[in-house]
Design a protein around this ligand. Structure first.
Ligand code: MN
Ligand code: MN
Length: 476
């Protein structure tokens, strides 16, 4: 037993220790691209838009052009299919027909944030504020007293769609939710953490200047701060108060992705969960040079942070529809049967983040089953809560197949459980993919400060995750 533990312990070392200079350079180069990907995509819509522009430069075509017969479908064809601009399928047609199964890396591109309420604008204390509704599992106290940006779309009265992105660029104003000063925070600081800031206190300050009152003209009444803001919004964007009701506006941290540490070994950013797996799988499919045996697919889902609901979430029939359309191209077959065979024979990596061992909070981890930042892609046989509730437990056979593939290329990986069995837990899209009959395994990057406005990831893990997804997508 002692010897076995020693062998295991020997394998469980930082992957930086065995990285030669070439791989190190490749690691740092990939992470420069990743930071750009993060900065250009702070909402699921922006991620899809930026991804399409990257794909088109790399020769990927719109799947609709294949379905309409404009572009020929043949092994090696590279294409993408956007699902309502908030989720996307990216694929390379393999040599084998889909009934032999396809290989999928499924990630999600939504991230915890604050959404602006449909009727958000009010004035109080000579300030104009927007009420927000948090999205996903956020610690609300982390969102106050920090610079925030507003991203999203507004449907205007005339039916045109207005893209909003303000707060990130140099020279932009940003927006802030105020916190209580410690001098008056005695009662606040005695509350449990979840109530330090409550949901209805997440009110975003967007203005403080009242309109000018003209003393020359008695009819010219003073504008309130709210009226002044509405005037400004109307002049700049042509919108009125009613337009907030038909908008999708998200409040996200204004900070950009940044290297962390004197040695620059970590990337700090908003939204690693789960754009880190979306990016590494995108980089993987972009770097596949030979035509794969099985069709290789990257699936970026939406709404994972709220349970994968909705028609852009992984619980929806979006993947089924995609596979049916794919099968319809092989017109000599029964599409329904072919789709069912495809699902049954398909294999999927549920590409999502997990927790990295945090030296400041060791008490929540089972140290010998924890993932460590820098030790490679973290493979989780199962996720879930308590007695594995809400998880898809991968079978030993598939675990072997996937990790044996990683080993064949010297890809660094580690096996993990997120934390102590009863410390909490979390789910991924794995269970919803497994419901479709697909073979599924969870694996992705281990993060520190997951779901915080600024999360941390090891550059080594980003690199090994990219290599791991590429290995999976391009092998039999
Ligand atoms: Mn996630
Ligand atoms: Mn998450």
């Amino acid at each position: 037993m002692a010897e076995f533990n020693n062998q295991l312990e020997a394998k469980r070392v930082s992957s930086w220790t065995s990285m030669d200079e070439n791989i190190k350079k490749e690691t740092f180069d990939v992470c420069e691209k990743y930071k750009d990907f993060l900065n250009k995509g702070k909402t699921e819509r922006e991620v899809v838009e930026n991804t399409i522009s990257i794909l088109e430069k790399a020769g990927f075509v719109d799947f609709n052009d294949i379905l309409s017969g404009k572009i020929e479908n043949k092994p090696g064809t590279k294409a993408y299919w956007s699902n309502r601009g908030r989720s996307i399928f990216i694929f390379i047609i393999g040599k084998k027909s889909p009934e032999n199964g396809i290989k999928i890396v499924g990630s999600h591109i939504d991230a915890p944030r604050l959404d602006i309420k449909p009727n958000p604008l009010y004035e109080d204390g000579d300030m104009a504020l927007l009420k927000t509704h948090y999205y996903g599992g956020v610690k609300k106290y982390q969102w106050v007293a920090t610079p925030l940006a507003i991203h999203g779309v507004i449907m205007k009265n005339d039916g045109t769609k207005l893209n909003i992105c303000i707060g990130d660029e140099d020279g932009d104003p940003c927006f802030v939710i105020s916190d209580l000063l410690p001098h008056l925070g005695g009662e606040q600081l005695n509350r449990p953490g979840r109530d330090v800031i409550n949901a209805e206190q997440l009110n975003l300050i967007i203005g403080s200047v009242a309109g000018y009152e003209n003393p020359e003209n008695e009819d010219d009444k003073a504008l309130t701060v709210k009226q002044n803001i509405l005037t400004l919004l109307n002049e700049k964007y042509g919108i009125c108060e009613k337009d907030f009701m038909r908008a999708e506006l998200q409040v996200v941290p204004a900070a950009k992705a940044c290297d962390v540490g004197f040695d620059r070994g970590l990337v700090g950013s908003y939204g690693h969960d789960d754009r880190i797996c979306a990016f590494t799988s995108l980089e993987a499919i972009l770097n596949i040079t030979d035509i794969p045996e099985h069709t290789a697919l990257c699936y970026f889902a939406d709404k994972e942070e709220v349970g994968s609901m909705g028609n852009t979430g992984a619980r929806s029939c979006a993947l089924d529809h995609f596979v049916s359309e794919l099968c319809s191209l092989y017109f000599d077959k029964n599409v329904t049967l072919m789709k069912e065979r495809c699902m049954r024979n398909s294999r999927l990596l549920s590409a999502d983040v997990t927790a990295a061992y945090d030296p400041t909070f060791p008490e929540v981890f089972d140290r010998i089953n924890a993932a460590f930042a820098g030790r490679g892609i973290a493979v989780s046989k199962y996720t879930g809560h308590g007695g594995k509730s809400g998880s898809s437990d991968a079978c030993a056979e598939f675990l072997f197949e996937v990790t044996n593939g990683f080993d064949s290329e010297g890809i660094k990986w580690q096996i993990n459980e997120m934390g102590k069995a009863d410390a909490g837990g979390g789910g991924t899209i794995a269970q919803f993919m497994a419901d479709k009959g697909i073979e599924v395994l969870d694996c992705g990057v281990a993060l520190l400060s997951m779901h915080a406005p600024y999360e941390l990831a090891s550059k080594a893990d980003i690199y090994w995750t990219y290599r791991a997804y590429k290995n999976f997508l391009s092998t039999k």
